[in-house]
Ligand binder design. Structure first.
Ligand SMILES: [Zn+2]
Length: 161
């Protein structure tokens, strides 16, 4: 069965609402963003194939392939799809996984949903503005958060400070 991204997000929101009735959903400040109006054909025309695969198809790049693994300059990692700032360079660490990894995010830059594609549940996260898939967040990261945002270099662009 093929579900489109919108129905997946809606069902994830419904699940969250069921499991946490007291929690108020954060307002979607990018709901009217022009980036949300692009069709998949528009994205395909705009993005390199590897980036389209990650951002729009929730693909995962091959580990140890992204030049951003070795990006150690001071700056900001932004969404390759829409340019929204997601991570600062000082939050990047070498997770030895082969994917660019961070221990926290710029507040409000990412939205998350449960991902049941593997047997074990993972938390998928995506750009809050264009909804492009970025990666998954795990609980085995370093201090101070203990989080590991496992990103895909093909979904990011580095802007040196
Ligand atoms: Zn984006």
């Amino acid at each position: 069965m093929i579900l489109d991204r919108r129905s997946l997000l809606v069902s994830a929101a419904a699940l969250a609402a069921c499991s946490a009735p007291a929690a108020k959903a954060a307002p979607d400040k990018y709901a009217a963003s022009p980036w949300r109006k692009l069709t998949e054909a528009d994205w395909k025309a705009r993005l390199p194939p590897a980036s389209f695969d990650v951002l729009r198809q929730e693909g995962t790049e091959q580990p140890f392939t992204s030049p951003l693994n070795n990006e150690h300059r001071h700056g900001t990692f932004v969404c390759l799809g829409c340019g929204l700032a997601l991570f600062k360079s000082e939050w990047k660490f070498d997770s030895h996984t082969g994917w660019p990894s961070f221990w926290t995010e710029i507040p409000g830059a990412l939205a998350k949903k449960a991902d049941f594609q593997l047997i074990e549940e993972r938390t998928e996260y995506h750009c809050a503005q264009c909804l492009g898939h970025q990666g998954h967040v795990f609980n085995d990261g370093p201090k101070p958060t203990g989080l590991r945002y496992c990103d895909n270099g093909a979904a990011l662009k580095f802007i040196p400070a």
